[in-house]
Design a protein around this ligand. Structure first.
Ligand SMILES: Cc1cc2nc3c(=O)[nH]c(=O)nc-3n(C[C@H](O)[C@H](O)[C@H](O)COP(=O)(O)OP(=O)(O)OC[C@H]3O[C@@H](n4cnc5c(N)ncnc54)[C@H](O)[C@@H]3O)c2cc1C
Length: 417
């Protein structure tokens, strides 16, 4: 039996280990080396401990929602092990699932991420898989184009192949760190410098638009745009220092990348309620001017927004002393621009500590997208977040971890046979 080492015991690593150990033609003996004292820390913390494991999209639809350039890369793994197969895998091991109120996101019925980890570890324990925690990997020694084993503080562990599933530097309190990158560079791989993703964005504190006083306010039907091609939709939450919420998180990796290139601050445009277009606001204001001209602009806005936000908006638009009847054309257009395309200056993202993922990692151009095997080193494969892949919020990243783990485990088991 060939021996494979998996680096990292997150969802991607455990999935790779199970796939390699259960490969029909070439089942392998697997050793999983985990840096932390226990496995699956991020999986346990995911979805606030409830784990949004996946969602109800098909593999094809899911792939299409990854950032542009990643779609083609993630499609083969997602298609081979799509969301419904992942749910079936766990259901066969006693885990039941439910959809959330939006009928889109899947969670364990028990709302306990630990049920998923327990099921994985129980199954792995029945296979020729050995899990070793608290192991620091020091090097991946090469002979020609082959890795001969994994160098640890206790010596070299020889093997026939290695799957790297070591995650990203996101959430260091849950073990996120990038110590694997230099080891991969040493064997010839390129690393796209990682930046925080799925993270809140800071706003320029002195900007006239953003106000720390609005902290806690949620816009439920917002849209946020970086440019005409990159628009996200969903909730936007105002925080003490900036903005967060799904629409913000989904854009954050792109913003972080631009900021890392020294091209900041980045200007985003916020459509406060995407159900109401600029023309509809114009019509509403005109109707009010005719029928309820004495009411203040802020009172009109309160039909859609909170009192504090309505007061703030009319102040910034210069309409705080106007009634609907006395609103000049210029002020009206300024107000409509704020409502439908409010500029927000972003000087920085929140820190790695608050990031749920990383944008960046092992360059996709050096990995076979079907087997996830390295194009640089013959007996090396990659899975999960260590690769330069970052899905949006909503179960995409854990699905990717499991799907890519399976592809890498099978890809390597077949490759070293
Ligand atoms: C707070 C939080 C909430 C989240 N919620 C969700 C959610 O609800 N849904 C969703 O889809 N995604 C969510 N995510 C993202 C998701 O958890 C990750 O994308 C996913 O865990 C990535 O899986 P992975 O196996 O690739 O990496 P990880 O889960 O990070 O596992 C990698 C493992 O490798 C270990 N490791 C690192 N370096 C080495 C090394 N040199 N040697 C050995 N081991 C090493 C790490 O200790 C870690 O255990 C969340 C993330 C966070 C931080």
């Amino acid at each position: 039996m060939k021996h494979i080492i998996v680096l990292g015991a997150g969802p991607a690593g455990l999935s790779a280990a199970i796939a390699a150990a259960t490969d029909r033609k070439n089942p392998c003996r697997v050793t999983v080396l985990e840096y932390l004292p226990s496995p699956g820390r991020k999986l346990l913390a995911s979805g606030s401990g409830k784990c949004n494991i996946t969602n109800c999209l098909s593999a094809e639809e899911m792939a299409a929602r990854f950032p542009s350039g990643q779609e083609r890369f993630v499609r083969p793994s997602l298609s081979a092990f799509p969301p419904h197969k992942l749910l079936e895998f766990f259901e066969e091991r006693g885990v039941r699932f439910k959809l959330d109120a939006a009928q889109f996101h899947y969670f364990p019925q028990s709302e306990r991420a630990s049920d998923l980890l327990d099921a994985l570890l129980l199954y792995a324990g029945s296979l020729p898989i050995r899990l070793c925690c608290g192991v620091r990997v020091q090097a991946l020694p090469l002979e020609g184009k082959q890795i001969v084993g994994v160098q640890t503080a206790d010596g070299l562990i020889r093997c026939d192949g290695v799957v790297v599933a070591a995650g990203s530097p996101a959430a260091p309190s849950l073990g996120g760190h990038g110590s694997i990158y230099p080891l991969l560079e040493a064997v010839g791989h390129s690393i796209v410098p990682p930046v925080p993703a799925l993270v809140g964005l800071q706003c320029v504190p002195e900007s006239e638009i953003w106000s720390g006083k609005l902290s806690g306010m949620v816009l439920e039907r917002a849209a946020l745009s970086l440019d005409a091609r990159k628009v996200t939709r969903g909730e936007v939450l105002f925080t003490h220092t900036g903005i967060s919420g799904p629409a913000v998180l989904d854009l954050s990796g792109r913003v972080a990348r631009i900021l890392a290139q020294g091209e900041g601050p980045v200007t985003l445009h916020l459509h406060l309620d995407r159900a109401v277009s600029a023309q509809e606001w114009r019509t509403r204001l005109e109707t009010l001017r005719r029928n309820a001209g004495k009411s203040s602009v802020s009172a009109m806005l309160r039909t859609t927004f909170s009192r504090a936000f309505s007061d703030h908006l009319s102040l910034v638009a210069g309409a705080n002393s106007c009634s609907c009847a006395t609103l000049s054309g210029g002020v009206r257009e300024r107000l409509i621009e704020l409502l439908t395309s409010m500029p927000l200056e972003i000087p920085a993202t929140e820190s790695w500590q608050r990031a749920m993922a990383a944008s960046g990692g092992v360059s996709r151009s050096e990995i076979n997208r079907c087997t996830l095997r390295s194009l640089v080193v013959e007996n090396l494969a990659f899975a999960g977040e260590v690769i330069d892949v970052d899905g949006p919020c909503g179960g995409y990243n854990i699905q990717w971890a499991f799907s890519s783990g399976k592809a890498a485990g099978l890809g390597l088991a077949g490759g070293v046979a």
